[in-house]
Ligand binder design. Structure first.
Ligand code: SAM
Ligand code: DTB
Ligand code: SF4
Length: 365
């Protein structure tokens, strides 16, 4: 077992990120095969259970109500719809379902109760269940755990410094607080970020400092390449170079040796060769299914062909941690406390976010 370090400095991480590529790949691949089976890749299926209409101003997100994208807002899916989709995902080789909701935070009430039922029904299918619902209180995290949740996704997205250039409706500490609330339960933490938002290599390293300092480190870390969606403040960002993705994956693997590193948004732009290099550099998870939340993702059959070509096998559910037990709603020991997660509203003005909001208005008139 290699030692997990929680005291990486930005300078050390930058030095790794900027190494000659062959050395970086060799170092990352060496750590990867010490900790993980290099021929096994975990497959997660994303399901947008509540799409669009979000009150936050995340500059990358097509689901923020204030930007004028083509995303149509939908009501929360039913438990039966979700169960049917989860079954399809299981049949196609996926071991995890990740349910996403375009919410700033979870609110106690009938909609959250419905999500808890979704968690119960997927856990009963013997699949790992992940949710990404925005901020949660400790009580809400406990209720998710009791329903049988395996993982909670809450990304740090960038360095603390660059976060301020992307989101004005909440602060970095709010993200850390939710992660902390999840950590107090037996639900695993999934946290990572996005590259290609105009951030520097220092910011990428800064995000990895923040993730590696978490103790324990997240059990999984998605690395997303920005999907630049028309109407969002980041619509004009240049596509991420594959070399940047490979370097980011390799560096993540080195500083988070035990984590499952997930090759996330942006795979439609990557060749098989590019993705193969990411797997060699230590990525050992993907999001599968023809859609991410609102944007396209490679076809499942194409992904399975790629797995065959590369000799990769999908990871079985509960390989890393035993299946959580589900407590039925009627037997629950926990009641809703009706608390709201505490969050800050720094409200600094981000020019490009303001401009994207105004642009929409101008078009409407
Ligand atoms: N509302 C919840 C939240 O913000 O935590 C959950 C859903 S949100 C869509 C989950 C994550 O998706 C974000 O933290 C971000 O990392 C990623 N994401 C959103 N839009 C993206 C985009 N256009 N390109 C890449 N990643 C994106
Ligand atoms: C994560 O890190 N990436 C996923 C998942 N966690 C929720 C979401 C990617 C969203 C990409 C843009 C979209 O499809 O809306
Ligand atoms: Fe809302 Fe999440 Fe999108 Fe931010 S990333 S606008 S919180 S759905």
């Amino acid at each position: 077992m290699s030692e997990v370090r929680h005291n990486w400095t930005k300078e050390e991480i930058l030095e790794i990120y900027n190494k000659p590529l062959m050395e970086l790949l060799y170092d990352a691949a060496t750590i990867h095969r010490k900790q993980h089976d290099p021929n096994v890749v975990q497959v997660s299926t994303l399901l947008s259970i509540k799409t669009g209409g979000c009150s936050e101003d995340c500059g990358y997100c097509p689901q923020a109500a204030r930007y004028h994208t083509n995303v149509e807002g939908n009501d929360l899916m039913t438990v039966n719809q979700v169960k049917a989709q989860a079954l399809r995902a299981k049949e196609s080789g996926s071991s995890r379902v990740c349910m996403g909701a375009a919410w700033r935070n979870v609110k106690d009430g009938p909609e959250f109760d419905q999500v808890l039922e979704m968690v119960r029904s997927i856990n009963k299918l013997e699949m790992e269940v992940c949710c990404t619902l925005g901020m949660v209180t400790e009580n809400q995290a406990q209720r998710l755990a009791e329903a049988g949740l395996y993982a909670y996704n809450h990304n740090l997205d960038s360095s603390e410094e660059y976060y301020k250039e992307v989101i004005s409706t909440r602060g970095y500490q709010d993200r850390l607080d939710t992660i902390d609330n999840v950590r107090k339960t037996n639900v695993t933490v999934c946290s990572g970020g996005i590259i290609g938002m105009g951030e520097s290599a220092e910011d990428r390293a800064g995000m990895l400092v923040a993730l590696s300092t978490l103790n324990p480190q997240p059990e999984s870390t998605p690395i997303n390449a920005l999907v630049a969606v028309e109407g969002t403040p980041l619509e004009d960002e240049k596509p991420v170079e594959i070399w940047d993705m490979i370097r980011m994956v390799a560096t993540t693997r080195i500083v988070l040796p035990e984590t499952q590193v997930r090759l996330s948004a942006g795979r439609t732009q990557m060749s098989r060769e590019g993705q193969a290099m990411c797997f060699f550099a230590g990525a050992n998870s993907i999001f599968a299914g023809d859609k991410l939340l609102t944007t396209p993702n490679p076809d499942v059959n194409e992904d399975m062909k790629m797995f065959e070509l590369l000799g990769l096998n999908p990871q079985k559910p509960f390989t890393k941690k035993v299946q959580p037990q589900t407590v039925e709603a009627k037997d629950s020991q926990l009641e809703a406390l009706g608390e709201k997660p505490k969050w800050t509203r720094p409200d600094y003005k981000i020019e490009r976010n303001e401009a994207a909001k105004q642009k929409g208005k101008a078009v409407k008139i």
